[in-house]
Design a protein around this ligand. Structure first.
Ligand code: F6R
Length: 243
């Protein structure tokens, strides 16, 4: 695992966007795995700026979603599908056809999970998977004690994550869905390159446990230690508890 400490979130976004641009120059139809939440926004902004400046052509890029709420009405603005379309797909000038994600409104959610793992494999696998990290060490929505071998499946959010995510639902805890579909840790580990960005002091404990603790299901992000090409980019605040 490579750990890169950057001064702030903007620098982290720029660094990772440049890695994505380099990948796209080498492999124009790369499958980019994206995360939602606040942390990756500087990455998407920096990559969009590069595309608009003509520094990289993203027109053949493909985008794969990491996770999704279960039960939100189709098109709900806080569904992760709508979020990724708004924050990544549209700014990069891509069409919805370039996007794939798990179907959180499927009648048979279990089948939708299996289908998504199959779709990722059929697409050739994820080339670069972006990850954020929860304050409890989750990646995707693999909450603590998720199996390190897990595949895409339905999970129940912890109270901590429901509280953390209430800000996207006007602070109303009751509006936050309780269930999600998430790529499993085993699914995530199949991506060719994992890039985790963590910013802010609130992530410092989770980052320390991920980087310096043992590989343990209780800290899902620690599974990155098992991956042959994992990069953890942290700002100084998130790095503050590293030894
Ligand atoms: C969302 C996801 C989550 C977030 C994590 C951090 O797609 O994968 O693991 O990355 O909850 O969220 P932020 O960045 O909002 O702190």
């Amino acid at each position: 695992m490579e750990v890169v400490i950057v001064p702030d979130a903007k620098a982290g976004g720029e660094l990772i966007a440049e890695a994505m641009a380099q990948l796209l120059r080498r492999k124009p139809d790369a499958l980019l795995g994206v995360a939602t939440g606040s942390t990756p926004l500087p990455i998407y902004q920096a990559l969009t700026a590069k595309v608009r400046a003509g520094e990289v052509d993203a027109s053949a890029a493909r985008i794969a979603q990491l996770d999704e709420y279960v039960g939100l009405p189709t098109g709900h603005p806080e569904s992760y599908r709508a979020t990724v379309l708004r924050e990544v797909v549209e700014p990069l000038g891509l069409s919805e056809a370039a996007f794939m994600g798990p179907d959180g409104s499927a009648e048979d959610v279990q089948a939708a999970c299996v289908e998504y793992d199959q779709a990722l494999a059929s697409a050739g696998g994820v080339d670069l998977q972006l990850l954020g990290i929860g304050t409890d060490g989750h990646i995707g929505f693999n909450e603590p004690c998720s199996s390190i071998a897990s595949r895409t499946r339905i999970k129940t959010l912890t109270e901590q994550t429901i509280t953390d995510n209430a800000r996207f639902f006007d602070g109303d805890l009751s509006q936050v869905p309780r269930h999600v579909i998430t790529q499993g840790i085993g699914t995530i580990l199949e991506a060719r390159h994992l890039v985790l960005l963590a910013t802010g002091e609130g992530k410092a404990d989770a980052v320390a446990a991920t980087v310096e603790g043992p590989v343990a299901a209780v800290v899902p992000a620690s599974a990155l230690q098992l991956h042959p090409h994992a990069t953890v980019v942290v700002d100084e605040a998130a790095a503050s508890k590293l030894k």
